[in-house]
Design a protein around this ligand. Structure first.
Ligand code: OOG
Ligand code: MG
Length: 253
């Protein structure tokens, strides 16, 4: 369907050149399948520019995020090499439209993980866990969107920053965390906010990715979702997330 390609180009151009677009589905004509097809087509454009697939991000896995954005279905997006920001480095603010940050926990897999798996099966596929920050940047004006629109926009994926990897046998079900901007604490929470246990987010990623025909691969990263509401960032800031047992991760704007 050509409108799939048209929307994919619109959103990919907006992400690539950091400009915003108007919402295009306020009357809910797009199905969720259409929305994921647009996401896939827009990611194919990134692949054509040389970006490689490195994993999956989950969205709306905490009540805090659902409430902030007014949506309540778990969504997922595709992570690429071009989105990774080295911990401790600086991002160029001009590459973003209106970025926000959120504290997350990241998994890296040592084995493929596919379909309806149990928590223990998911954990057995995890190589390591790390504290992480997601930089989300909706391409829609005012960061406002419907569910199909945000899915089409790759779940607002824009950047992700990962701290030191840790043994996944650490109990990470309920780790306290704080997000600070220039030393001021802006959000506090716990990894338990993620579906009650972050592993449930990985279980959902395994199911949804397999259903889309792109099962989770060894070496892939899975971002489990924001544990607190997201915060806007501005040039000159240093953003960090400190997590109980896992230490901290940060970057400069
Ligand atoms: C959509 C992405 C949601 C999360 O962690 O819940 C997300 C958005 O809020 O723009 O990344
Ligand atoms: Mg997120």
């Amino acid at each position: 369907m050509s409108h799939i390609q048209d929307y994919a180009k619109l959103l990919d151009d907006a992400a690539h050149h950091a400009h915003e677009v108007e919402q295009f589905d306020t009357d809910n004509r797009l199905s969720l399948d259409d929305a994921y097809a647009i996401q896939a087509a827009s990611l194919a454009r990134r692949a054509a520019r040389g970006e490689t697939r490195v994993g999956v991000k989950m969205g709306f896995t905490s009540r805090a995020k659902m409430v902030q954005m007014g949506l309540s279905d778990v969504i997922w997006g595709r992570l690429t090499s071009g989105m990774q920001v080295e911990e401790g480095t600086a991002i160029d603010f001009k590459r973003f439209v209106h970025p926000r940050v959120e504290p997350e926990i990241a998994f890296i897999l040592k084995k493929p993980l596919e379909g309806n798996v149990t928590g223990p099966q998911a954990l057995a596929a995890v190589e390591a866990i790390a504290p992480a920050i997601e930089i989300i940047d909706s391409r829609y004006k005012d960061f406002k969107f419907t569910l199909p629109e945000v899915i089409a926009d790759n779940a607002s994926s824009s950047g992700f920053v990962i701290g030191a990897w840790h043994d996944p046998r650490t109990d990470f079900s309920n780790l306290g965390l704080a997000m600070t901007i220039n030393g001021r604490t802006v959000q506090v929470g716990s990894t338990a906010a993620l579906l009650g246990h972050p592993l449930r987010s990985l279980v959902a990623a395994a199911r949804l990715s397999a259903a889309a025909g792109e099962p989770l691969q060894a070496g892939w990263i899975v971002m489990a979702g924001g544990a607190t509401p997201a915060e806007y960032i501005k040039p000159g800031q240093y953003v960090s997330v400190e997590m109980e047992k896992l230490g901290s991760v940060g970057f400069h704007v």
